[in-house]
Design a binder for this molecule. Sequence first.
Ligand SMILES: Cc1ncc(COP(=O)(O)O)c(C=O)c1O
Length: 506
Amino acid sequence: MGIPTPTFQDTLSDTPVSFPALLNSGTTGEFTGQSIQALQHAASHLARVSSPSTGATADELKPAIEAVDLSTPLSSLDETLSELSQLYLHDAIYFHDPKYAAHLNCPVLIPAVAAESLVTSINTSMDTFDQSAGATLIERKLIDFSAELIGFAPAEADGIFTSGGTQSNLQAMLIARNRAAGRLAGSFPERLSKLRIYCSEDAHFSIRNAAMLLGLGTEAAIAIKTDDLHRMDAKALQLQLETDMAAGLVPMAISATAGTTDFGAIDPLIELRQISDQVGAWLHVDAAYGCGLLISHIHKERLEGIELADSVTLDFHKSFFQPIGSSALVVRHADSFQSIAHYSEYLNPRDQAAQSTNQVDKSLQTTRRFDALKLWVSLRTLGVKELGSMFDQVISLAQMAEREIAVRDELFLVAPVQLSTLVFGYSLPADTYPQHEANAFINLIRKRLHASGEAMIAATTVNGQRLLKLTLLNPNTTLSDISQILDAICRVGRAILDEQNTGANL
Ligand SMILES: Cc1ncc(COP(=O)(O)O)c(C=O)c1O
């Protein structure tokens, strides 16, 4: 029969009602019990993980998830968790496993995960001080800390936590767009049509998407060619700027990358600052990946020039070992946020803006999680030195892995390691394998390796050539783990070649 559905009349009765599933001062016992239950459930899965994935496909996972009747609840959290074991946890992708070397995902710090419980149980919203109190001040102090790491003067700088690098980059481009458009005459659409963003051909796609979202069109993001280390070629940028400016176009921003997604390349920041000054463009540095260098004990100087930027993207959920999401956009001058500030009578009235401690004035989001707390708890519990040592370790690991690739005849590296990624090919007899077949061969290696669940690696395409990629962000991964991943790649590659030679159906 179940619980009878109340009528509207029932809800108007004077009898006190209670919804005990809501978290409040009277339900902390239940809250603690259920939270521990969920944590223990996660822990029991984590303890059993011995490979990054089971290799389950969407087709294999879909039927059980489709079969769930969401309008009929189970009878307890226990049952829900058991069901989730089958639907999700058993076949989840485990980034902390040492054989996970695919995308820019890191294992997470335990104090940061513990902080997640605080974030969600208090459920602070960061938009206004009257919803956040100390949380706003904690976020602001972390922004000052980040500004100092970058080399900005904290008293002049400002910033905001965002959901990720994509949002941080979008917000930087929005600020740059408003600045450039504000200097032009004509209707707003006319002004936008003249604006151009310059980034390297290896820049993250979020810069091109930002151009589209900001009404400029993706073609307004000009991809500048890179040198042999995949860094933006400053000479090529200068030539492009000359041509474009002669045609009446306006360079709104130069978006440098400090740690490109594939090669970890760092664009020539000092030169790009000089060029930005010559043409009046905003200089943004996307350090979503490379921000770990800011806390490195050994490699910090590689980011020389970042302190000259107008804005910087930092992804703590990549290189500071934070759970998703944890990112920030930091600007050199606090007043850069003025052009995006919006005021609403119900939330942050304009007449109170002067004394405002409302973070919403600077954010693209309204309701916003207190994601900054995870970084705070990590820094207060472990210290920044420990995080820096972890990032240094993944760089060392990548350098050692480079040698592991060099000693395998089947594999060849396409560019020296710069941060913690390795991009490499599989040697095939060139004349017997036209490009499209060689590319299909690389995709097949990756697919087979994933299906086996043994390891997870990435792939990318450079100048039409499909290549394999390892992204190392786990300081607990050993050289022996890397060696096993590379052996598995060679083994799978040889097996495919054998099948092809014997005419087996692939
Ligand atoms: C260089 C770079 N910038 C920005 C991003 C986007 O960051 P997010 O995935 O946090 O939105 C990435 C993602 O890999 C990246 O590599």
